[in-house]
Design a protein around this ligand. Structure first.
Ligand SMILES: Cc1cc2nc3c(=O)[nH]c(=O)nc-3n(C[C@H](O)[C@H](O)[C@H](O)COP(=O)(O)OP(=O)(O)OC[C@H]3O[C@@H](n4cnc5c(N)ncnc54)[C@H](O)[C@@H]3O)c2cc1C
Length: 275
């Protein structure tokens, strides 16, 4: 899937944890709380920190033969493991990490019966073992410019809310979050200068289309007010766009090709693909 986010492996390798709570928190989200002593070594980065999660698919699922890294080598090794007993691997975002309790929350969108991770979370799998491989952040503290623009569909809601939570308090800008149901909205902890726009998707609309349209209506204020990037202070602007593939790549194209924002200042990632 299209992205310019570099994968960054922490030395922790594969971290074992167990589901200790699972709760339907809104119409389309289940919050799964993972706990375990191994989380004592978890590298907490904040923002949109993400990880690979190895999920059990049967009672016979084995985690012991997984690699510590999920790079090309780790992936190829994974493919050699017997299908019947290897876990399913998916990518998710740290919603909250509580080091004092060794707890990590993950908000899973339950997008129907297709796939593995969504239905697994919907089954409220308390007691299930999982494995986590930390993959770092897309939007890092180094990207925390004074002006920001974030956009995502609900799969990226945990990531956008994490970025907003961890921005410096004097940040300004806008964030667009598209959801299927406004009841999926969550409390936002963001700098006072960042306006958060929740958009409810029309029934049957392609996910991400409304967020992309809203993103296209924004211009970094200083860029619109000045004719050249040198004068405009574009250097102080960073964007984060994630979610359905067309939202991520369309958002990047608009910001880079049409507005002339340098590529390095636009972090984007296709989180899933509508089939
Ligand atoms: C870096 C990163 C961080 C992510 N963080 C989160 C997170 O915190 N929370 C979260 O919910 N998701 C997150 N995602 C997205 C998640 O990894 C995908 O949605 C994943 O495909 C779900 O796996 P699955 O087994 O449920 O479905 P899959 O087996 O991958 O797909 C099965 C079917 O479901 C459809 N599908 C998959 N995802 C969605 C969706 N979001 N909406 C509608 N239909 C879908 C597919 O098109 C396919 O038809 C993240 C992805 C990345 C890359």
């Amino acid at each position: 899937m299209a992205t310019n986010i570099a994968v960054d492996h922490a030395p922790t390798g594969l971290v074992a944890a167990e589901v200790t709570r699972a709760e339907q928190i809104s119409p389309n989200f289940v919050r799964v709380t993972l706990s375990g002593d191994a989380l004592a070594s978890w590298r907490h980065l904040g923002y949109d920190q993400w990880f690979r999660i190895a999920l059990p698919v049967s009672d016979g699922t084995r985690f012991d033969r997984l690699s510590d890294r999920f790079d090309m080598r780790g992936y190829l090794r994974y493919l050699t493991l017997p299908k019947a007993t290897r876990p399913v691997i998916r990518s998710y975002t740290v919603r909250e990490f509580r080091p004092e309790r060794l707890e990590l929350d993950v908000d899973f969108l339950t997008h129907g019966t297709a796939g593995v991770a969504g239905p697994w979370a919907a089954s409220l799998p308390v007691g299930a073992p999982v494995g986590l491989i930390d993959q770092g952040c897309g939007f890092t503290a180094a990207d925390a410019a004074r002006r920001v623009l974030c956009a995502g569909d609900e799969s990226a809601m945990p990531a956008v809310l994490g970025v907003l939570r961890d921005l410096p308090p004097d940040s300004e800008g806008d964030a667009v979050i598209e959801v299927a149901d406004l009841d999926d909205r969550q409390p936002v902890h963001a700098p006072a200068g960042v306006n958060v726009h929740w958009i409810e998707r029309e029934n049957d609309a392609r996910p991400g289309t409304a967020a992309l349209a809203a993103l296209r209506s924004f211009r970094p204020r200083s860029a619109a007010d000045a004719p050249t990037s040198a004068e405009s202070g574009i250097s102080d602007f960073h964007a984060f766009v994630a979610g359905e593939q067309q939202l991520a790549s369309g958002g990047r194209k608009y910001l880079v090709n049409e507005l002339g924002i340098p590529k390095t200042q636009v972090k984007f990632c296709g989180y899933w693909r509508q089939r």
